[in-house]
Design a protein around this ligand. Structure first.
Ligand SMILES: [Zn+2]
Length: 449
């Protein structure tokens, strides 16, 4: 396949924008990028895709999300509104995850996958919980991802909050799925796995050490860290250590481990993350919504922590997360110079791509270069001021929006072309999810009261 008449954004380390260039794709990879006239001659028999002047760039990557949260949309929380994050967990998320069964886990995943394809997010790190449907839950999500054509790294959130038996089941679900995915054959290699842990505050020492012992060789962990002060106080009460120190003591940190949030970590914890090569993900929309504070992202990056960008299960449009991060740190510090657009790109593009590379070592993701995976999006953006490789971050922050994504390709296959979804039936998925909603919500209400 030869993509012509595009403005190519490569997201190489020194970003380039290429006009009058074409991209030749074979199977799931980008084979050649070069001047359009030359490639048209070389590949004159190839199927031609006319981008009609659109921007063609690598698909976005989301480093932390929760497909299972879909049914929270529009849902009323009974009683007084939660006053802080611990109450949000108790009144919203924990009763909701208990309400999920096999059908609603599938529906939750599918609605997020539709959203991701429509809005140009092609690789997603999911963090799943459904305590009344644990065994096989990751297979159900993997099947949905397979059907969608997207890439996803899956895990199950182990926790003690539903008792020892369910903690064991959670461990087993991670181990089984990690072993299954290790062959690189789940969803044709598009689905990979890591070991999920909910958060230090719902994990005992016994469970943490069981997880560490059960961890298959080479698998990392994916866990929430210090999203609220309560996580730090709980850890100090339980162990005399702060959260990151505690996780370090159990061998949880490392270059294959992802910690989400880190809003309340201290300097020593930050240094531990940097020294261990642990990935930290930033989800500003979620932090603002939960009123948990603002992670010291610029300081963490200066210290050498690899900070990535996730969305915590908000909409699957990563540029909205870019914009939120860009604005949040300015207002928090009352200083418009804070959180430079290049820092956003460092997180949202380069670090997310490097993280994806840990789980997909056999391919390059997040870059439009020869040999990379053909995971591309077409963006119908026509700048009215000069667009350069240097000022692209600000065109994205102030000009792009996700509805400009007209086509999404993963592994050389269009999942959406000219705004038509080709792998998933959005109307049918929404109708099925909607039909399940009354039962999900009524089970939620029963668990919530
Ligand atoms: Zn999360």
């Amino acid at each position: 396949m030869l993509i012509v008449n595009a403005k190519l954004v490569t997201w190489e380390r020194e970003n380039r924008i290429l006009d009058d260039h074409a991209v030749y794709i074979e199977e799931d990879r980008i084979v050649e990028i070069g001047p359009q006239a030359e490639l048209e001659e070389t590949y004159h028999e190839a199927e031609v895709v006319d981008a009609a002047g659109q921007i063609v760039m690598p698909g976005n990557i989301c480093a932390h999300t929760h497909f299972y949260g879909a049914y929270a949309r529009g849902m009323a929380i009974p009683g007084n509104p939660p006053k802080d994050f611990p109450e949000i967990l108790e009144k919203l998320w924990w009763p909701l995850d208990k309400a999920l069964d096999e059908e609603s886990v599938r529906a939750s995943a599918l609605v997020h996958l539709v959203d991701a394809i429509k809005h140009g997010t092609t690789t997603l790190f999911d963090h799943h919980a459904s305590p009344n449907f644990i065994e096989g839950s990751l297979d159900v999500i993997a099947d949905a991802v397979d059907e969608s054509g997207l890439r996803s790294v899956l895990c199950y959130e182990v926790t003690d909050r539903d008792g020892g038996q369910k903690a064991h089941q959670g461990i087993q679900e991670n181990v089984d799925f990690i072993q299954k995915a290790a062959g690189g054959e789940v969803a044709g290699g598009r689905v990979r796995a890591t070991f999920g842990l909910h958060a230090s505050l719902t994990l005992s020492d016994e469970t943490l050490s069981m997880c560490r012992q059960a961890q298959p060789e080479g698998a990392g962990f994916h866990i929430h860290v210090a999203e609220h002060e309560a996580d730090e106080y709980d850890s100090q009460y339980k162990s005399g250590m702060r959260v990151v120190d505690r996780l370090n003591a159990f061998g949880i940190l490392g270059p294959r481990t992802i910690v989400a949030h880190g809003v309340h970590i201290d300097f020593v914890e930050a240094r531990l993350l940097a020294e261990s090569g642990t990935w930290l993900t930033h989800q500003p929309r979620s932090n603002m919504n939960n009123g948990v504070g603002v992670a010291q992202i610029e300081n963490l990056m200066r210290l050498g922590v690899n900070v990535c960008l996730g969305n915590d299960g908000f909409t699957q449009d990563m540029w909205t997360e870019w914009k939120t991060a860009y604005l949040l740190h300015k207002v928090w510090h009352t200083d418009p110079r804070r959180m430079n657009g290049l820092d956003i790109v460092q997180m949202g593009v380069y670090n997310n791509a490097a993280l994806a590379g840990v789980f997909y070592p056999d391919m390059q993701l997040g870059r439009l270069v020869e040999g990379a995976a053909a995971d591309l999006i077409f963006v119908d953006y026509h700048p009215f001021t000069p667009l350069t490789a240097g000022n692209l971050p600000w065109h994205i922050i102030f000009g792009f929006n996700e509805s400009m994504v007209t086509s999404t390709m993963v592994a050389g296959k269009f999942l959406m072309r000219d705004r038509e979804l080709l792998t998933l039936d959005e109307a049918a998925i929404a109708a099925e999810a909607l039909a399940l909603a009354p039962d999900v919500w009524s089970r939620y209400e029963a668990f919530a009261s």
